[in-house]
Design a binder for this molecule. Structure first.
Ligand SMILES: [Zn+2]
Length: 143
């Protein structure tokens, strides 16, 4: 399955190859202070392949907070946050927002809250290496 998504104005778009076709897609409602405020719900497939295409990089705010190990890519024009990346040991990992999906049957989403409060920095990065998308191509000024 090739999952397409984008911010509202289309400046930040992604495609996520998910093989074999998922019978369900985990959708994690993050309870961190930033995601609570914007309703962040994320998914990832460690075996998936993600391509992020940004049309105008000057209209992407890369927001960090807390441990500053993850970058939230906020569209500065429309305010949507389609993707989060984390660079670990030189490799770029990512999760994508299920709220930014286009044309995906919502019944595929298996929604569950998550809470990573109190998680140490090392275990946080190890968890991302296990669970986040490890094949990430980030292309700027591409259509
Ligand atoms: Zn936008």
């Amino acid at each position: 399955m090739l999952i397409h998504g984008k911010c509202h104005c289309g400046n930040i778009a992604f495609s996520l190859a998910w093989e074999p076709d998922p019978t369900e897609i985990p959708a994690r409602a993050c309870t961190c202070s930033f995601c609570v405020k914007h309703g962040g719900v994320w998914t990832s497939n460690p075996g998936g392949a993600l391509r992020v295409a940004v049309k105008d990089p000057t209209l992407v705010s890369r927001y960090e907070f807390g441990t500053r190990t993850a970058e939230f890519h906020v569209c500065a024009r429309c305010g949507i946050v389609p993707v989060v990346t984390s660079r670990i040991d030189g490799r770029l990992y990512a999760v994508v927002s299920v709220n930014a999906f286009d044309g995906i049957d919502p019944s595929l989403l298996r929604r569950a809250p998550t809470n990573f409060d109190g998680e140490g920095n090392d275990s946080r990065l190890e968890r991302r290496k296990r669970n986040w998308i490890a094949n990430v191509e980030y292309v700027e000024s591409g259509a």
